[in-house]
Design a binder for this molecule. Sequence first.
Ligand code: 6R9
Length: 658
Amino acid sequence: MSNVETATHEHRVFPPSEAVVKAAAVSGVAAYEALCKEAETDYEGYWARLAREHLSWKQPFTKTLGAENAPFFKWFEDGKLNVSYNCLDRNVEAGLGDKVAIIFEADDGKVTKVTYKQLLALVSKFANGLKSIGIKKGDRVLIYLPMSVEGVAAMQACARIGATHSVVFGGFSAKSVQERIQDAGAVAVITADEQCRGGKAIPLKPIIDEAFAMGGCESIKNVVVYQRTGGSIPMTAGRDVWLHELIANQSETCEPEWVDAEHPLFLLYTSGSTGKPKGVQHSSGGYLLHAVLTMKWTFDIKPDDVFWCTADIGWVTGHTYITYGPLACGATEIVFEGVPTYPDAGRFWKMIESHKVSIFYTAPTAIRSLIKAADVNPAVHPTKYKLDSLRLLGSVGEPINPAAWQWYYDNVGGARCPIVDTFWQTETGGHMITPLPGVTTLVPGSCTLPFPGIQAAIVDETGNDVPWGQGGILVVKKPWPSMIRTIWGDPERFKKSYYPQDFQGKYYLAGDGAIRDKDNGYFTITGRIDDVLNVSGHRMGTMEIESALVANPLVAEAAVVGRPDELTGEAICAFVVLKGERPTGDAAKKMIKELQDWVGKEIGPIAKPKDIRFGENLPKTRSGKIMRRLLRALAKGEEITQDVSTLENPAILDQLKA
Ligand code: 6R9
């Protein structure tokens, strides 16, 4: 059953307790409505007030929204600030120097605590080190690091000197790294010798070398290497430098580079429905404002909280809710190197217990896999751990099915903690539609209502509002401070992808379908409406995977679709036509493995198709268009009941069923 069906049949409601309402930053429905009203009455005034109250500016802004060059919107453009100053110095200046900023737990369980003062010193040395090798404001720096204090520090160090970082998730292949280096024109890479996950050391630096060997990485002058394991790796003289050597003699102070609010803080590559991944460009001021506001209102962050977002810094969730949001609020947060199933599937619960985590933010995929693990092994069931430090839970990355929601609520949150199901995207910078703990009556499977000030709406193909109870296209009607600024190097693609002419270029197109409850107007996300898959909360373009497959010399043609998967939300299913004969039996099995590994090499292990089926052809219309809806039905194992009269080669369906 799809999420829409389950959510619209969902009648259980969970109002916030009186105590939660009383303690929350946004307290009660009236407070929420007052904020929405303020935004409605004076949109710019609302955001300007918040930007003045929640950020520290070196030079105050006088202009709030710049819409002259829409949809390339600008926010607070004549203001100057530094993001790393806002995350570190201002907390130290406010007397939080000795407060723990990061509790780092390594894969092997070793714990390291870093205070705000120590983190500021490390980031300053790191920043000075980067400057010493010639990195300056506006340069792009590719970061390929494991979850670590150094990973957060590397991003903060770039922000401190005004360099624009582009973090690439450690699971992406050399080819993906090479493409991103080229697209961004990066001048340096920051990486580690190896990363530790699930008790194993996995090489990282050799992947950077492999990317270099592919050619086209001439823009890179230096590779900075963090020594995580001490494993033996080759270093290229004159190009590669050890991080510890680079920063050894650097000063612990580094004057922040004051940048315009619009200065690009980072690029983050994400999948779209066409072509190669696109470099989503974010600003400094507007982005940080939303990171701070959502920490304060959605997560209701308080001085004594221990906040844990389990995302990787390679994804946007790790950017906003590990590197920037929590630190900008002076919070204490967990950074975890390992995986949820090592040494056993009780790892998350054990860590919540030992670090007294109070706010826990994870993905539905993780919850579903831990439900399964606890079914198999009752010893790792969350109720076996002392989780009473928790007061708030969060979910992100994909729709959460009501059954998983309920399990999370009962067993992790002890039927006591609100769950904020936060809908947002790489492009939006922070939460867009989400419950607020002291306001919202929760309904499992619904991300409820827009964050105050966000003008989310559901429209039809021509941009007209659809009534509640009717599905449609999710749009945002007004620009907001943390929105994507452009696609790096491709402004036309930015306009086409996000401000299409279907809506006269006026609305931001999220790429998701949604429906509002006919009674209370709550939003439920019904999934992507483009050719983007969501596998374990990771975005993958079907075209990207198809291009990877056809790059294999044995492959003539390929079509990729998603099918529902109990654990990963969606699974990748590829239909492949080989140049040679269609393999069967063991030959087919061997070929499937070969193609899966091939895609792993081309993009990264997360893009490996789970199913691969071979046909002598693909189902096509007489005009040669692949009929994807048929492939989707086949992938699900459904009987084909659709009209196949326009199909050129109906016999092919039987072949592909196998
Ligand atoms: C933050 C992040 C964005 C896509 C988005 C949507 C899906 C994210 C969701 C959700 C339903 C939620 N998505 N959160 N769907 N409910 N709470 O995940 O960014 O990697 O760019 O993915 O993820 O489909 O369009 P990103």
